[in-house]
Design a binder for this molecule. Structure first.
Ligand code: NAP
Ligand code: F7E
Length: 342
C-alpha cells in the first residue's frame, strides 16, 4: 500500500501507473481547487484493472490535519512525497509560499509518518537544483550543494529534513536527487514542453514563434517514465540511501530548440546576440525563436550533468529513453493533440 503526494503531477501520474501495475493499492493526495485537475490520472481512475486499488484523498501539504487523517486511515507501507511548488522561475515570485509547501510541507508529512506509521518507507523528491552553481561536473551524491533559487533553498531544507529523520529516528527515509525529467505530461511552462507545444502550434498554423529565456543553460534531460522506476527501486533497498538519478548527458536549451524544430523538418539558423538573437527557419527565413528577458532568472543554474553510477551499481537502474527520443515523443504527442502531422 502506497501513498503518493502530488499524484496529479507529471511524476505522480507515472508513479501511480507503475505501482498499480505492480499490484499495489495506491492512495493519492489531491488538493482542492475550483476546477478538477486530474487529467493526468483520469485514465487510471477509469481503468477496470485498477478498480478498488486506486483512491484519492483531499489533502494539502500546507494542512497537517489532512495529512494525519490520510495516514491514520491508510497505514501505508510506502510514502512518496512528490508534491511541491515545483517551478524554479515562479519560486522567485512566490518565495514564501514555495518555502511553505516545498520546504515545510515535507516536515509536516515526515512528522505525520513518524508519529502514525513509523515503519513506512519514505521517498523525498529531491532535485539536481540543489547543486545549483555546481562545484564540479558531473554531479554525484558527494557533490556539495549551492542552491540558486527559493525553490532550491526549500528543497535543501527538505533534503536535510529527510536525512535527519533517518538519522534521528531510524526511519527508512531517502532522497532521490533527480535531474530534469520530462514527458508529454510535463507542465506547459517548463522549457521542454513549452518548446514542443510551440513547435506543434507553429505546424498547425496557430502561432509564428516561441519566446525563450536563457538559451545557453544546460540540463541533463531524461524521461519521467524511466525516473519513477528509480524512485520505487530506492524504497526496495535493504539500507536507506540517497541516490543521484540522471542520464549522464547534457544539452543546452538552444540544442533542445534545434532538436524539437528538427523533428518537424525545420532547421534553425541563429543570428544576432543576447536579447536580439533570433532563430530563423533556414529555408523560409521566418523567425521561429526569439529571446525575451522576462524568462531570465535572477540567479541561473548554468550546467547540470549527472553521474548516476551509484544508481546503476546498487539499483540496477539505467535510463532507456535518449534525449532525441524524448523530444521526438513530446513533439509527436503535441502534434497529435492538435490533430496535425509534420
Ligand atoms: P508537478 O508536475 O509540478 O507536480 C507537482 C504536484 O504537487 C502536483 O500534483 C500538485 O498538485 C502538487 N501540489 C502542489 N502544491 C501542493 C500542496 N500544497 N499540497 C498538495 N499537493 C500539492 O511536478 P513533477 O515534475 O511531477 O515533480 C514531482 C516532484 O519532483 C516535485 O516535488 C518536484 O519538485 C520534484 N522534482 C521534479 C523534477 C523534474 O524534472 N520533473 C526533478 C527533480 C525533482 P496540482 O496538480 O493540484 O497542482
Ligand atoms: O528550465 C531555461 C531556464 O523551467 C530549464 C523543475 O522540474 O527541473 C525543473 O527545473 C532551463 C533553465 O526547468 C525558458 O532558465 C530558457 O535554465 O524547464 P525549466 P528547471 O528550472 O531546470 C528541476 C530538476 C526541478 O527540480 C524543478 O522542479 O531552461 N529556460 N527559456 C527556460 N525555462 C522556462 N521554464 N521557460 C523558458 O522560456
Amino acid at each position: 500500500m502506497a501513498v503518493i503526494s502530488g499524484v496529479t503531477g507529471q511524476d505522480g501520474s507515472y508513479l501511480a501507473e507503475l505501482l498499480l501495475q505492480k499490484g499495489y493499492a495506491v492512495h493519492g493526495l489531491v488538493r482542492r481547487a475550483s476546477t478538477l485537475n486530474r487529467q493526468r490520472i483520469d485514465h487510471l481512475r477509469n481503468d477496470p484493472s485498477t478498480r478498488g486499488r486506486f483512491h484519492l484523498h483531499y489533502a494539502d501539504l500546507g494542512d497537517t490535519e489532512s495529512l494525519i487523517a490520510v495516514l491514520t486511515a491508510v497505514q501505508p507501507d510506502e510514502v512518496y512525497n512528490l508534491a511541491a511548488q515545483s517551478h524554479v522561475g515562479i519560486s522567485f515570485r512566490m518565495p514564501t509560499y514555495t518555502g511553505e509547501v516545498t520546504g515545510l510541507g515535507t516536515v509536516r508529512l515526515l512528522e505525520a509518518v513518524r508519529t502514525l506509521c513509523p515503519g513506512a518507507r519514505f521517498y523525498q523528491a529531491s532535485t539536481s537544483e540543489l547543486f545549483g552553481k555546481a562545484k564540479e561536473i558531473p554531479q554525484n551524491e558527494r557533490t556539495p550543494f549551492h542552491p540558486r533559487s527559493p525553490y532550491a533553498v526549500a528543497k535543501l531544507y527538505s533534503y536535510w529534513a529527510t536525512v535527519n529523520y533517518r538519522e534521528a529516528y531510524g526511519m527508512f527515509a531517502v532522497n532521490g536527487i533527480l535531474f530534469n525529467h520530462e514527458s508529454p505530461r510535463r507542465g506547459e511552462n517548463f522549457v521542454t514542453r513549452k518548446v514542443t507545444r510551440a513547435v506543434a502550434e507553429i505546424v498547425a498554423g496557430r502561432r509564428e514563434s516561441v519566446a525563450l529565456g536563457n538559451l545557453e543553460a544546460r540540463r541533463d534531460w531524461g524521461y519521467a517514465g524511466d525516473f519513477v522506476d528509480a524512485m520505487w527501486r530506492m524504497l526496495q533497498q535493504e539500507e536507506p540511501r540517497d541516490y543521484v538519478i540522471g542520464t549522464g548527458e547534457s544539452h543546452s536549451v538552444r540544442e533542445l530548440a534545434e532538436t524539437a524544430f528538427g523533428e518537424v523538418g525545420i532547421e534553425l539558423e541563429w543570428e544576432g546576440e543576447g536579447v536580439d538573437e533570433t532563430g530563423r527557419d533556414a529555408r523560409t527565413g521566418e523567425i521561429r525563436v526569439t529571446v525575451d528577458p522576462a524568462y531570465f532568472r535572477p540567479a541561473e543554474v548554468d550546467f547540470l550533468l549527472a553521474d548516476p553510477s551509484a544508481a546503476r551499481r546498487d539499483l540496477g537502474w539505467r535510463p532507456r529513453v535518449t534525449f532525441t527520443e524524448l523530444i521526438r515523443m513530446m513533439v509527436r504527442a503535441d502534434l497529435e493533440v492538435l490533430g496535425v502531422t509534420a
